[in-house]
Design a protein around this ligand. Structure first.
Ligand SMILES: *[C@@H]1O[C@H](CO)[C@@H](O)[C@H](O)[C@H]1NC(C)=O
Ligand SMILES: *[C@@H]1O[C@H](CO)[C@@H](O)[C@H](O)[C@H]1NC(C)=O
Ligand SMILES: *[C@@H]1O[C@H](CO)[C@@H](O)[C@H](O)[C@H]1NC(C)=O
Ligand SMILES: *[C@@H]1O[C@H](CO)[C@@H](O)[C@H](O)[C@H]1NC(C)=O
Length: 958
C-alpha cells in the first residue's frame, strides 16, 4: 500500500488562462448598458446562504444593505444584473511559503459551517462558484449543486488538511453540462466516487482535478469516463488510490487528445506501456511520480513532441541513465529523483549535444544513486535555474566551466548529502542570481571567505556543513565584513563561525530560520540582533555551542517563533516567564545547560506546545499544574534535574502525550491513574531514579503503544501486574517499529543534525521493561513471556520469588535479561537456551538450583558471574554437576533451531515490509528533498504526514 500526499501546485499559467477564458466569455455579451443593482430575490438567497456560514474574521461583513453586487466575493453580470459569481475562496497564504504567516489570522481565515444553504438555488444565473480552502467540517457536497446548471466553474478544493467536504461525490454533478472547470481536490481521501458515470456528461470540461479523491473502486471505468471529455486540457488525478490493475493498457480510441497536462502522481499504477498515452501528442506536462514503471517506456516520451515538463520521481527506475534519444531540446524540467540510476550523468547530458539550444531550466536528480565527478558538460545547460543533485555520491569539486556558464542563470543549487571534497570553490561567488545554495553534508575542508559570497546579492538561503572532523572555518580577512545578501535561512553545522557572534552574522536581520549548530559561537547572544529578528524568526537553533549567560528576557517580542533549540550550551539562570508569551511556540529544547529554578507558571498561555526538553539541567520545584492545560503536549522531557512533587494530574488533558521522561528527579507519590485511562497514547514512560512508590498499577497495561517502560530505582512495592501481555506493541514484534517511526518523523524533522540527535538513539528500536531496584515481591507472572517484541527485561534487585517463567524462551528478541539479586528459586528453564540474541544475562544472587541449561548463545555467555551467588547451581560455566562424572554433559539439542531462525526472519521481514511499504514511500517522496531548508513546507508536511500515517494506521488495522 502506497500513500502519497503530494503538494503539486496547480499549474498556474493554464489555470489563469482558463479563468481569463471564462471571464472573457461571460463578458462577451456586454452592451453599453450597465445594470449593477441587485435583484431582491438573489439578495435574499445570499443572505440565507450567509446565515449558515461561520465567519470568524468577519469577511462577509459587507454583506448588508441592498447593493449585493458590491458585496465581497460577489459579481453580477453587468448586462443582466444577475449574480454570476460567488468567489469565497480562502486566500490566506498557507501554501505559499510566505513566512509572515500568522497563526491567529490563519485560524480565523476560514469560512465554515455545517450546512451550505440550498438558498443558493435562488441564484439561477450563477456561473462561478468557488468555496475552496474553507472549513465545512465534514459535510457532503450538496446534491442540489447539480441544479445550478449555469455553472461553468465549480471549486470545492482545499489546500489545507481539513475534512472540508467528505463522502461520495453526488452524481447530480453530471447535470452541470456547461461546466468548464471542476476542482474537488483535497488532501485526505475524504471524498470518493464509486463510479465516475456522472463525469462523462460534463462534455465541456476543460479542467478536472480530483486529487486525493478515492477512486479505488472505479475499476478501469475511470478512464472510459474521462475519454468522454474531448475538450479536456488538464487532468489531475494524483493520489486517487488508482491501483495497479486500474490502468487499461489499450483503448480503442482516445478522444481527449487536446490534453496539455496529465498528473497521475502518487497512485500505485504500474505503467507498463499504455500505448494510448502516447497518442496524447499535445501534452506539455506529465507527472507520473510515485507510481511504478516497467517496460521499454522512456523512449516513448520522445514522441510527445510538445513535452516540456516530465516528472518521473520515485517510479522505481533502475539501471543505466535512461536514454532520451534526441528530443531533449524542448524539455524545460525533468525530475528523475528517487530512482536508482547507476553510474554518472554524462550519457544523459550527451542527449543535449544535438540541440542548437536547449531550454532546460530545472533538473532534479536528487537521490538517484549517481556516482562520480560532476561532468563539465552540465555547463551546456545554459538556461538552468534549478539544479538538484542532492543525496547522491558525487565527489571532487564543482567544475569551473559549470559555474561560469551558469553564473547568470542559476537560482538554486542543491548539492547536499554527497561526498564533494576538498575546498569549496571561491568562484561560487560569481553565481549572481543565486537564491538558494546548499552545500551541507559533504566532505568539505578548508575555509569560507568573503570571496565565496562576493556577488551573491540575492542569496536568501545558505546551508553548509562538513562530515569531516575538522570544521569548515569562516575565515574573514575583514572582521567588519558586511555580506551583500540578507539571508532568510542560514544553516551552518560543524563550522567555525565564532568565537563571539561575528558582525556579518549580526548584519543578517531578515532571518526566518537560523540553525547554527556546533559553530563555536560563544559569549552571550547579542540582544540587539535578537531583537531585530524577533518579529519574523520561526526557527532558532543555536545548539552545541558555548553560548553563556541568561536566556533572553525579551522573549515577548517573538511573535511567530515555532522552535527554540538552545541545547548543549552554557546558559544559566531560570527560564524567564516571558517565554510563555510566545503563543506560537511548538518546541522548546533547552537540554544540557545549567538552567535552574522552576518552570514558569504561565505555561497555560501556550496553545500549540508539543515538545519540551529541559533534561540535564539543575531545575527544581514542582512541575506546574498549568503545564497540562495546553493539551497539545506530545513530549515532556525533564530527566536529570531536581524536580519534586507528584506527577501533575493536569497532564491528563494531554491526549496526544506520547513520551514522558521524568527520570533522575525527586518525584514522589504513585503512578497516576490517568496514565492508561485518560491518556493511552504513551509510547515511552521513563520514571526511573525518583522516589515513587505504591504498586505498579494495572492501568499501565492499557497503553497499547508503549515500548519503553522504565520504573527502575524507585520504591515500588507489591507484585508485577499479570496483565503485561496486553501491551500490544510489545507482543507483536513488528508493530512498535512503525509506531516509533511515526513519532520521530512527525516530531523531529527539519534540521538534519537534530533529527540525528533522536535517531542515533534508535528510539524506535528500543523495547524495554525495567523494574529493577524496587521492592517488588511475588512471582514473575507467566504473562511476561508473551512480550515477544521485548529486547530488554530487567527485574534485578527486588524481592521476587518463585520460578523463572518456563516459557521465557518465547522472548526471541531479548538481548538483555537481568534477574539478579532476587529470591528466585527452582531450575533455570531450558528454554533460556533459545534466546539467540542474548548478550547480557545476569541471574546472580538468587536461590536457583540444578543444572544451568546449555546450547546456542548460552555457550558464549561463559562468565561465571552471571550465575554466581546461587549456591545450588551447577554446570558450565560453574563447576560440574555431581552426576556428570568425568564427561562434559552434551548440550540438549535445540531441535527447534531452524524454526526459530525462521520466525525471527519473518519478524524482520514483517518489519521491513511493514516499515517500507507504509513509511518508505513517504520518506522518499518529493517534498523530503528539501529536508531542512523548506521549513514551511515542513510544517505542511508534518500535517500531511500525520494524516497519511493516520490513514496508514487505520488501514494497517483492517
Ligand atoms: C463588465 O464587467 C467586467 C468584468 O466584471 C468588466 O471588466 C467590464 O468593465 C464591465 N463592463 C462595464 C461596461 O462596466
Ligand atoms: C470517445 O471514445 C469512446 C471510445 O472509447 C467512444 O465510445 C465515445 O463516443 C467517444 N466520445 C466522444 C465524446 O467523442
Ligand atoms: C493513436 O494514434 C495512431 C496514429 O495516429 C492511431 O493509428 C491509433 O489508432 C491511435 N490510438 C488510439 C488508442 O487512439
Ligand atoms: C496576528 O494576527 C492577529 C489578528 O489579526 C494580530 O492581533 C496579531 O498582532 C498578529 N501577530 C503578528 C505577529 O503579526
Amino acid at each position: 500500500m502506497d500513500i502519497y500526499v503530494y503538494f503539486n501546485p496547480i499549474s498556474r499559467p493554464i489555470l489563469d488562462f482558463l479563468i481569463l477564458l471564462f471571464l472573457a466569455s461571460s463578458c462577451l455579451n456586454n452592451s453599453s448598458v450597465v445594470v449593477e443593482s441587485c435583484m431582491e430575490e438573489e439578495r435574499r438567497a445570499l443572505l440565507s446562504f450567509k446565515q449558515d456560514l461561520s465567519d470568524p474574521s468577519g469577511k462577509l461583513s459587507s454583506w448588508a444593505g441592498h447593493e449585493c453586487c458590491q458585496w465581497t466575493g460577489i459579481s453580477c453580470n453587468n448586462r443582466t444584473g444577475h449574480v454570476a459569481m460567488v468567489d469565497l475562496r480562502n486566500t490566506y497564504p498557507y501554501t505559499t511559503g510566505d513566512y509572515q504567516w500568522n497563526t491567529t489570522e490563519y485560524l480565523q481565515s476560514f469560512l465554515g459551517g455545517k450546512l451550505i444553504n440550498p438558498s443558493l438555488l435562488g441564484l439561477k444565473h450563477l456561473s462561478y462558484l468557488d468555496l475552496s480552502s474553507n472549513d465545512f467540517q465534514g459535510i457532503h457536497i450538496p446534491k442540489f449543486i447539480g441544479e445550478l446548471t449555469s455553472l461553468r466553474y465549480l471549486n470545492f478544493s482545499s489546500t489545507q488538511s481539513l475534512n472540508s467536504v467528505v463522502g461520495e461525490i453526488p452524481s447530480s454533478l453530471g447535470n452541470l453540462s456547461n461546466l468548464n472547470y471542476l476542482d474537488l481536490s483535497l488532501y485526505n481521501y475524504s471524498l470518493s466516487s464509486k463510479n465516475l458515470n456522472w463525469l462523462s456528461h460534463l462534455s465541456s470540461l476543460k479542467y478536472l482535478n480530483l486529487r486525493g479523491v478515492n477512486l479505488s473502486s472505479t475499476g478501469v471505468s475511470w478512464l472510459h469516463e474521462v475519454n468522454m471529455l474531448p475538450s479536456l486540457l488538464e487532468l489531475h488525478l494524483s493520489s486517487c488510490k488508482i491501483g495497479g490493475n486500474q490502468l487499461p493498457l489499450s483503448m480503442p480510441t482516445i478522444n481527449f487528445t487536446s490534453l496539455l497536462v496529465l498528473d497521475m502522481s502518487g497512485n500505485s499504477i504500474n505503467f507498463s506501456y499504455p500505448k494510448w498515452m502516447f497518442n496524447l501528442t499535445s501534452l506539455t506536462k506529465v507527472d507520473l511520480s510515485g507510481n511504478s514503471f516497467s517496460g521499454p517506456f522512456l523512449d516513448e516520451f520522445v514522441r510527445l513532441k510538445s513535452l516540456e515538463h516530465l516528472d518521473l520521481q520515485s517510479v522505481g527506475l533502475k539501471g543505466q541513465f535512461p536514454k532520451f534519444s534526441g528530443n531533449l531540446c524542448r524539455l524545460k524540467s525533468l525530475s528523475l529523483a528517487s530512482n536508482q540510476i547507476d553510474g554518472g550523468i554524462e550519457e544523459f547530458l550527451s542527449g543535449f549535444s544535438n540541440c542548437s539550444f536547449n531550454r532546460m531550466e530545472s533538473l532534479d536528480l536528487d537521490g538517484c544513486g549517481l556516482v562520480g565527478k560532476l561532468p563539465s558538460s552540465l555547463g551546456m545547460l545554459r538556461s538552468l535555474q534549478h539544479l538538484q543533485l542532492s543525496n547522491n555520491s558525487f565527489w571532487g569539486s564543482i567544475p569551473e566551466f559549470i559555474i561560469s556558464n551558469l553564473s547568470s542563470s542559476l537560482k538554486t543549487l542543491d548539492l547536499y548529502d554527497n561526498i564533494f571534497n576538498g575546498s569549496i570553490p571561491q568562484s561560487l561567488g560569481k553565481l549572481s542570481q543565486l537564491l538558494r545554495l546548499d552545500l551541507s553534508y559533504n566532505s568539505w575542508e578548508g575555509n569560507l571567505t568573503e570571496a565565496h559570497f562576493i556577488n551573491l546579492t540575492k542569496l536568501e538561503s545558505f546551508a553548509v556543513s562538513t562530515t569531516q572532523h575538522v570544521p569548515i572555518i569562516f575565515n574573514l580577512i575583514d572582521y567588519e565584513w558586511i555580506p551583500p545578501f540578507k539571508l532568510h535561512r542560514i544553516v551552518m553545522h560543524n563550522c567555525r563561525v565564532g568565537p563571539g557572534f561575528p558582525i556579518w552574522l549580526q548584519s543578517q536581520t531578515k532571518l526566518v530560520l537560523v540553525s547554527l549548530e556546533n559553530t563555536g559561537l560563544s559569549g552571550a547572544i547579542p540582544e540587539e540582533w535578537l531583537f531585530k529578528i524577533s518579529s519574523h524568526i520561526l526557527w532558532l537553533d543555536l545548539s552545541s555551542n558555548q553560548i553563556s549567560g541568561k536566556l533572553p528576557f525579551r522573549f515577548n517580542s517573538f511573535q511567530n517563533l515555532r522552535s527554540i533549540i538552545l541545547s548543549h550550551n552554557q546558559f544559566d539562570g531560570t527560564i524567564p516567564s516571558s517565554i510563555c508569551s510566545i503563543q506560537s511556540l511548538y518546541e522548546l529544547i533547552l537540554n544540557n545547560n545549567q538552567l535552574s529554578g522552576e518552570f514558569p507558571k504561565e505555561w497555560s498561555l501556550w496553545s500549540r506546545i508539543a515538545i519540551v526538553d529541559v533534561s540535564n539541567n539543575n531545575m527544581s520545584g514542582n512541575i506546574p499544574s498549568s503545564m497540562g492545560i495546553p493539551s497539545s503536549l506530545y513530549m515532556l522531557k525533564t530527566d536529570n534535574n531536581h524536580f519534586s512533587g507528584e506527577i501533575p494530574s493536569a497532564l491528563q488533558n494531554c491526549s496526544f502525550l506520547e513520551r514522558l521522561y521524568l527520570g533522575g528527579n525527586k518525584f514522589t507519590g504513585s503512578i497516576p491513574s490517568w496514565i492508561g485511562s485518560k491518556v493511552s497514547t504513551i509510547t515511552v514512560l521513563q520514571l526511573q531514579s525518583n522516589s515513587l512508590s505504591g504498586h505498579i498499577p494495572h492501568h499501565l497495561c492499557s497503553l497499547p503503544f508503549l515500548h519503553i517502560l522504565d520504573l527502575s530505582h524507585n520504591r515500588f512495592s507489591g507484585t508485577i501486574p499479570n496483565c503485561l501481555n496486553k501491551l500490544t506493541s510489545l507482543i507483536h514484534s513488528s508493530y512498535w517499529h512503525l509506531i516509533g517511526f511515526i513519532d520521530i518523523e512527525v516530531t523531529t524533522v527539519t534540521v538534519k543534525g537534530r533529527v540525528s540527535e533522536y535517531l542515533e538513539k534508535n528510539v524506535w528500536f528500543l523495547t524495554i521493561i525495567d523494574f529493577s531496584h524496587n521492592d517488588l515481591e511475588g512471582e514473575i507472572p507467566e504473562e511476561i513471556s508473551s512480550l515477544v517484541g521485548l529486547a530488554t527485561l530487567n527485574l534485578s534487585i527486588n524481592q521476587l520469588s518463585g520460578n523463572i517463567p518456563s516459557r521465557i524462551g518465547n522472548l526471541r528478541l531479548l538481548e538483555t535479561f537481568d534477574l539478579s539479586q532476587n529470591q528466585l528459586s527452582g531450575q533455570i528453564p531450558q528454554s533460556l537456551a533459545s534466546l539467540t540474541f542474548l548478550s547480557h544475562l545476569n541471574l546472580s544472587c538468587n536461590k536457583l538450583t540444578g543444572r544451568i541449561p546449555s546450547g546456542n548463545q548460552l555457550q558464549t555467555l561463559d562468565d561465571s558471574s552471571i550465575y554466581e551467588g546461587n549456591p545450588s547451581l551447577c554446570g558450565f560455566p560453574l563447576s560440574k554437576c555431581p552426576e556428570d562424572g568425568d564427561h562434559m554433559h552434551e548440550p540438549h539439542e535445540d531441535e527447534a533451531d531452524d524454526e526459530k531462525l525462521g520466525l525471527y526472519t519473518s519478524a524482520v521481514l514483517g518489519f521491513i515490509i511493514g516499515f517500507w511499504s507504509v513509511c518508505g514511500t513517504l520518506i522518499l517522496k518529493k517534498s523530503w528533498r528539501y529536508a531542512y531548508f523548506q521549513f514551511f513546507y515542513h510544517i505542511k508536511e508534518k500535517v500531511a504526514l500525520a494524516i497519511a500515517l493516520k490513514v496508514a494506521r487505520l488501514e494497517a488495522r483492517q
